[in-house]
Write a protein that binds this ligand. Structure first.
Ligand code: KIV
Ligand code: ZN
Length: 398
């Protein structure tokens, strides 16, 4: 299936578009707000990373948000710059249109809730009114730009027949991307695959739009749900660097991209991401927000390519593929690290000595290794300086 998209031109079925919302959904989480200069730095780095869409903010929310979307639209080259708007907000769509006016390629992303719970308690609206707002909102956005995205907020908890009607109304009114968020991170992979397959099968015009996945991580399923959405037919994924976002966060960009790349046998798609820049983006965001990722964070955590156990270290020294499913270099690390601790073995110890410039005969190596093990029982991690001190002692003592 191929069709002509206003920003991407002819799109083929194996291309997955990366929609980064670090500066919008990510920035909405407590403690993660960024100033204009920081947002511009991130936006330029995201464009350089190769993301297809940068969601830059929610212009009607504040003067500051408007200015940062407008400034990003002016300077970020190569990616579509997107502004968020409520489908039925009084000035939302106008403000979004003005903010992206100077973008090389600009998108208005409008949304409204469609689940029974949200319609009844949050919107206090009847379903028919929501349908009218979807039509009006997408028509208004289409008058301002050719690239329009519509989202069914709380889409994963929306009644299926009503969701089909909403999506049909959005497409008829001019939306070119249809996003079905799992707003509260409630869905399972089975749910998400089923929702997209159903929409693609049942909604007239579904073959003329790109379907998009937007999964929150409340059950830790954000990335799994995103991959399942691809199986169901979604071809845009909404995600954030380091998985930052409301509550438990959004699906992490670096994990989705590397899952597609590493398991190409099951996910035969391409993205435009230059994966060797992933670590740089993660570090830049941590520095700007002053929040480090946890050491065991996939792809970008300090321990993602670190090995301490003797058996693993021995395997990695013989062939890194024994315990590494991707190379550290492919995501921006310079190499894997063998961390010396009480679980480490003689092979890693000898390797470390060689790297530090020491070659010991077998007897000396055995003695040094024993002293190293005694030290490792007392210290969590043995650093290079500890080893140098220990081996210098060994050389001096004997
Ligand atoms: O999680 C969500 O539903 C959203 C929408 C505004 C797309 O962030
Ligand atoms: Zn969200």
């Amino acid at each position: 299936m191929t069709f002509e998209h206003p920003s991407f031109g002819r799109v083929s079925n194996d291309r997955v578009f990366i929609f980064d919302t670090t500066l919008r959904d990510g920035e909405q989480s407590p403690g993660f707000s960024m100033n204009l200069e920081e947002k511009l730095r991130m936006a330029e780095a995201l464009a350089d990373l190769g993301v297809d869409v940068i969601e830059a903010g929610f212009p009607v929310a504040s003067k500051g948000d408007f200015e940062s979307v407008a400034e990003i639209a002016r300077v970020a080259k190569g990616a579509v710059v997107c502004a968020l708007a409520r489908s039925g907000g009084k000035n939302d769509i106008q403000a979004a249109g003005e903010a992206i006016a100077h973008a090389e390629r600009g998108r208005i992303h409008n949304f409204i809730s469609t689940s029974p719970l949200h319609m009844k308690y949050k919107l206090r609206m009847e379903p028919e009114t929501v349908l009218e707002i979807i039509t009006a909102g997408n028509k208004a956005a289409r008058n301002l730009t050719a690239d329009v995205e519509w989202s069914a907020e709380d889409g994963s908890r929306t009644e299926p027949d009503f969701l089909c009607r909403c999506v049909e109304a959005a497409i008829k009114a001019g939306a070119t991307t249809i996003n079905i968020p799992d707003t509260v991170g409630y869905a399972t992979p089975e749910d998400m695959e089923k929702i997209f397959s159903m929409l693609k099968e049942r909604v007239p015009g579904a073959d003329q739009v790109i379907f998009s996945a937007h999964n929150h991580n409340d059950l830790g399923l954000g990335v799994a749900n995103t991959l399942a959405s691809l199986r169901g037919g979604a071809r845009q994924v909404e995600c954030t660097i380091n998985g930052i976002g409301e509550r438990a966060g959004n699906a992490a960009l670096e994990e989705i991209v590397m899952a597609i790349r590493t398991r190409h046998d099951q996910y035969p798609y391409t993205t435009g991401i230059e994966t060797t820049k992933l670590l740089k983006l993660s570090r830049m965001l941590s520095t700007i927000t002053s929040f480090d990722v946890q050491p065991n964070k996939a792809i970008v955590g300090r321990n993602a390519f670190a090995h301490e156990s003797g058996i693993h270290q021995d395997g990695v020294l013989k062939n890194a593929a024994t315990y590494e499913i991707m190379t550290p270099e492919s995501v921006g690390w310079s190499k894997s690290s063998l961390v010396l601790g009480k679980h480490s073995g003689r092979a890693a110890f000898r390797d470390k000595l060689a790297a530090l410039g020491y070659t010991l005969d077998d007897d000396k190596l055995n003695e040094a290794f024993q002293r190293f093990k005694d030290l490792a029982d007392r210290k969590k991690v043995v650093y290079d300086d500890d080893i140098v001190a220990l081996v210098d002692d060994e050389v001096r003592d004997h």
